[in-house]
Design a protein around this ligand. Structure first.
Ligand code: ZN
Length: 292
């Protein structure tokens, strides 16, 4: 069984020229819930002046008609963001940083080490409130500014978050630099070091067309948790030329055609991608949706 975290409402929309209203964002989330997706990254607590697409996260979370068994998660980037997030009905909190210093400086205006210390504190604070969290290590497979990123650095940062109490680590390929053999190598090292009690997720962008190949490499190395975005929407506002996430319905199709269950209704999900295409008024990158 594959566990998908649908990141379309957050990673997918945050870079779109067309800004969806709070009501449209809620509708997207609710349509996704009807497809069998069991975890959705719905909002981000960022400055709306910097990322206007993600304004009013409180309103979005409060407006969702909840469905049993679906985890509603939100991304938090600062202690102030965490305070806001903890006042909502979110089920899980996602934290992120870039392992690469240059990327983190540009994205968060601090070194990776400064972000690690801040996130360690936030993991503990969320834990005290009983909120499960996921720590997402961006640029884990390479940095558009620095090039190679040390696997050792990735593993040591993951270890710090695990020590702080986080049981879920996601390695993110923020700008689509990973290749399948690299994925297999890093995942194998991760499991060798931390075992399978830590839930490892993978988050790929399709910038160089390797998204699904990287998902398969992760799957073969033992990973069962993947982030993806309906319609293949997405891209980091701070990353040059970053394109969309791995497309959820294309990934679901890959797993289903291999006989691996995802719990998702592919037909319904593809309909959501087509609906989203209308809302965004541009052609999306998904492949399955083009067959409909
Ligand atoms: Zn991403």
């Amino acid at each position: 069984m594959i566990h998908i975290c649908e990141v379309g409402p957050r990673d997918g929309l945050q870079n779109e020229k067309r800004h969806l209203s709070v009501q449209q964002r809620i509708e997207l989330i609710e349509r996704l819930m009807e497809t069998g997706v069991r975890k959705i990254e719905t909002v981000s607590f960022v400055n709306p002046k910097v990322v206007p697409q993600m304004s009013d996260p409180e309103e979005v979370v409060a407006g969702i008609r909840r469905k049993k068994g679906v985890i509603i998660a939100g991304l938090v980037l600062s202690p102030r963001g965490l305070e806001r997030a903890l006042e909502t009905e979110l089920d899980a909190i996602h934290f992120t940083l870039a392992v690469s210093d240059t990327f983190n400086q540009r994205n968060a205006r601090r070194t990776a080490e400064q972000s690690v210390m801040e996130i360690e504190d936030m993991i503990r604070a969320a834990g005290e409130q009983g909120k499960p969290c996921v720590a997402i290590l961006g640029t884990a497979f390479g940095c558009p500014f620095e090039g190679d990123v040390s696997e050792e650095k990735v593993l040591r940062i993951a270890e710090r978050f695990i020590w702080a109490g986080c049981r879920n680590i996601t390695l993110a390929d923020t700008t689509g630099l990973a290749n399948p053999l690299q994925v297999k190598r890093l995942v194998t090292k991760f499991f060798a070091e931390f075992g399978k009690n830590i839930e490892l997720g993978l988050h790929f962008h399709n910038t160089r067309g390797l998204g699904l190949a990287n998902v398969l490499a992760g799957y073969e190395a033992g990973v069962r948790h993947f982030d993806s975005s309906v319609g293949g929407t997405g891209g980091c506002p701070f990353a040059p030329k970053a394109v969309g996430n791995v497309c959820t319905e294309d990934m679901v199709n890959m797993f289903h055609s291999m006989g691996v269950d995802t719990g998702i209704d592919l037909e319904r999900l593809t309909d959501v991608a087509l609906w989203l295409e209308q809302q965004l008024e541009r052609r999306l990158d998904g492949m399955m949706m083009k067959l409909k």
